[in-house]
Design a protein around this ligand. Structure first.
Ligand code: NAP
Length: 338
């Protein structure tokens, strides 16, 4: 058995090659999936550029999420049948409980091959049924960015109605966080570099918006909008370039979820605001299968659907990655694999 995959032999978007790659034998607890869609994450772009893990062993198939149809099951598989619509898990072996030292080694498109391919063999525990009524493109947006937003606000944050959530930018994590926050009855303050994107965010329910290009002191704007109280939750996707402002914009005792590096990594952090305001600064690394299952229940109950900016065919994956690099998108970019 073989799969058609997009594989990197060297870093750089234009070094991705479309190739026929052999698939492993189906083991007793394995599931063969005909993949229909994947989505792009900032991590995938960093992986291809070589900035995520410059020491990554190559060749490697990138891709953090996928959705498809089960076409084969091993003899001991109990949860899936041929024809089921499934979605992959970012971590192939994190069932539940706290993250473990080796969990990172099971991340798709990192230490193991990812999802930019037409067929893939997954361990049974590395898959979950897609939400009812979801298209393949929609289901493929969930495993990384949506679950990260869910883990932050709901699993770690126990978000309550009436609380204020601060979201940075309009990428995949932030826009799904907006949907989750509004479904919980929270008030959302969202930043963006674009007035047009801010208007779209307001249409999706953002209560207050701030242009972080024209208001580089957006922490002050947040304080003003919250009567000098600050936000209860900050979904911190910026990293080094935004963390200090996020610490200023959060309320005493509030939570800052340390998630991303869109505005840089590797800068020294001043511990004083964390200490003085008793801030809960929490690292978030996607989420477990148990969290995914709870998120799907919430998605189905609330009829939540991700915002997909554009879908590209697999043959235009390079263009899709270049589009992501431009930062022009709002929400998710998807890849149609067939
Ligand atoms: N820890 C985890 O488990 C985890 C999981 C998923 C993602 N991440 C990380 O989270 C970050 C977001 O991922 P993503 O997939 O959502 O990315 P994305 O879709 O590529 O987000 C891009 C958007 O981020 C916004 N942005 C860029 N620089 C910004 C800045 N300085 N301040 C505020 N917003 C800024 C821009 O929004 P505007 O155009 O509106 O300005 C841009 O369009 C990445 O660093 C990614 O690696 C981490």
């Amino acid at each position: 058995m073989t799969t058609t995959a997009l594989r990197m032999h060297a870093f750089g978007i234009h070094n991705l090659k479309r190739e026929t790659v052999p698939l492993p034998e189906l083991g007793p607890t394995d599931v063969l999936v005909e993949l229909h869609a994947a989505s792009l994450n900032y991590r995938d772009l960093m992986t291809v550029l070589g900035t995520y893990n410059p020491k990554m062993a190559l060749p490697r198939i990138p891709g953090s999420d996928a959705s498809g149809i089960v076409t084969g099951v091993g003899s001991q598989v109990t949860h899936f049948q041929i024809g089921d619509h499934v979605t992959s898990l970012f971590f192939q072996d994190w069932l539940g409980g706290p993250i473990q030292p080796n969990t990172v080694k099971s991340a798709l498109g990192g230490s193991i091959d990812g999802t930019f391919c037409t067929e893939r063999v997954f361990p049974e525990i590395g898959l979950i049924h897609a939400p009812k009524g979801y298209t393949h493109l929609e289901a493929a947006t969930l495993p990384c960015s949506a679950l990260t937003a869910w883990n932050a606000l709901v699993e770690k944050g126990h978000l309550c109605a009436g609380q204020t959530v601060l979201l940075l930018g309009t990428g995949g994590v932030s826009i799904f966080a907006l949907l989750i926050a509004k479904a919980h009855g929270a008030r959302v303050i969202l930043t963006s570099s674009s007035e047009e994107k801010l208007a779209r965010a307001r249409q999706l329910g953002a209560d207050e918006t701030i242009n972080y290009r024209t208001h580089t002191d957006w922490d002050r704007q947040v304080m003003h909008l919250t009567g000098n109280r600050g936000a209860d939750h900050v979904v911190e996707v910026g990293g080094a370039g935004t963390l200090s402002l996020s610490f200023r914009a959060v309320t005493p005792g509030g939570r800052v979820y340390v998630i991303g590096v869109l505005a840089g990594k590797g800068q020294t952090i001043d511990p004083m605001p964390i200490l003085a305001k008793s801030i809960h600064a929490e690292g978030v690394f996607v989420g477990s299968r148990a969290m995914f299952s709870r998120m799907i229940a919430a998605i189905e109950t609330n009829n939540l659907h991700p915002v997909i900016d554009r879908a590209f065919p697999l043959s235009q994956a390079q263009e899709a990655l270049t589009y992501m690099e431009s930062g022009s998108h709002f929400g998710k970019i998807a890849l149609s694999l067939r």
